[in-house]
Design a protein around this ligand. Structure first.
Ligand code: NI
Length: 186
């Protein structure tokens, strides 16, 4: 049975360190970790991704999935869904110098959101849980999700990447009371 794991919140040292590479010889424990991460993400309301350090496991593992239409907190630029994907030892390479600002939130920083500049076009090289190498090319919101989650593996949280801290605020204040967000979503 998979377990819902406790969440590390900003300020906890586990979120500040670079995570260790996945050891594919430890397949059973890797499978258990991923199953528990999926159960933990499913228990969150409308959240998109989770990195292993957020559940106190300092390994380079990320899971994410993008629903066809994400929660209105995000200014999602595509309705393309991405099924549940597991990334082990992911490496992101920008494919363009262009960065765009967009809203982000994080399970480890409850109730807050802010605008973060991210590369609009990237590739992500990674291994699946069985140790096979893969590559994803991603743009827009999908690229943003990958950069946010993979940053967790290097001890970086989205506020560290923000260039305008005046956009940092509480989700319920921003989403429900700021008409500009609605415009972003449309
Ligand atoms: Ni996060």
């Amino acid at each position: 049975m998979a377990s819902i794991l406790p969440i590390a919140r900003m300020g906890n040292p586990i979120l500040k360190r670079a995570a260790d590479p996945v050891d594919f010889d430890q397949r059973k424990s890797l499978e258990a970790l991923v199953a528990n991460m999926i159960a933990t993400l499913d228990a969150q309301n409308e959240r998109i991704g989770l990195a292993a350090p957020q559940v106190f496991i300092s390994q380079r593992v990320v899971i994410y999935r993008i629903p066809a239409r994400s929660h209105q907190r995000y200014a999602q630029d595509t309705l393309d869904a991405v099924p549940l994907t597991v990334l082990c030892n992911p490496v992101i390479t920008p494919l363009s110098d262009i960065r765009e600002e967009g809203w982000e939130a994080c399970i480890s920083i409850p109730k807050l959101m802010g605008k973060v500049p991210r590369y609009t076009h990237i590739r992500c090289d990674f291994f699946s849980i069985d140790g096979v190498s893969h590559m994803i090319e991603a743009t827009g919101f999908h690229a943003r999700v990958l950069q946010h989650e993979c940053d967790h593996l290097d001890g970086i949280l989205y506020p560290h990447q923000m260039t305008d801290l005046s956009t940092l605020g509480f989700e319920d204040e921003i989403v429900s009371k700021n008409a500009n967000i609605e415009l972003d979503i449309v």
